[in-house]
Write a protein that binds this ligand. Sequence first.
Ligand SMILES: *Cc1c(COP(=O)(O)O)cnc(C)c1O
Length: 325
Amino acid sequence: MIDNKFELGFFPTPIQSLKRLSEKYPGYNLFIKRDDNSGLASGGNKTRKLEYLIKQALDNGCDTIVTSGAQQSNHCRQTAAACSVAGLECNLLLGGDEPEKYQGNLLLSYFLGAKLHFSGESRKGELSQQLIKQVEKQGKKCYLIPYGGSNIVGAIGFVNAVKELKLQISENNLNFDYIFFASSSGGTQAGFMLGIEMFGIATELIPISIDKDETNGLRLEEVVLSVVNEGIQLFNIARKFEPEDIKLNREYDKPGYGVITDNEKFAITELATTEGILLDPVYTGRAFYGMLDYLKKGLIPKGSNVLFWHTGGLPSNFYYADKLK
Ligand SMILES: *Cc1c(COP(=O)(O)O)cnc(C)c1O
């Protein structure tokens, strides 16, 4: 299952030591995993999910993809790019109304040839079935990718990412006590949990929640649990997961999705000026701030090896420029 994919990215993505940043937060050995360099139209974590989702779409004989997100969705931009590579039509259902000016990810999705549909109030695929009906009237065969690509098929991308990490750990004689990352639609977190269970890596996940809103009536914790439980069946894992097994830090999502505060600005500047690595203001900036806060407050033991999993998102900086400076 793990090997049944349509290749879209450059893997393994590199792991770097954050030497200068570690000096600023004494007692911690900080590392970063560069999924922002996954190679697909400026990269990001959705590339991993799309390798499995696009494969299934092609296997099912579909010629058209439908997916959804915010106008600055990195998932939608990478899906549009994946469709270009695979020769599929791409339909994006994007929250809000059509803006006068296309910027950031929206501009890139447009370059990548996606058909753009604006869905007003909803940004999480609530109108997908309507759009599918409309597209199928034109004789197309649609494959629906859920919001964020977060079903079990997409999550396999992160099961495979754990396999990739395990190899890097053994080749480089590393170990990571903690892995911090931005969690939002749940597929990344669910895939990590399943992968750790399957490949036996000794690490603790610290997922930082980015979005306080529900998705189609479900809280993020519920989405993660349901995808994990699907994975348990699919991979024949002899363990049951309960709601209390789903760890999620909600400390930093309170301002709301895509609302930029001093936290995100601080995190972006801190990493940029110590290591020359760029974050984004919606996901990785918020999660990286969360990690720095843990280090400052000593919430994890000194001496720990800490990995930040960079999930991408660079293009939205240009859309949020006015709020960032
Ligand atoms: C989508 C996304 C995430 C969150 O991943 P999920 O699988 O949706 O939880 C994190 N960072 C970036 C940059 C993203 O685009």
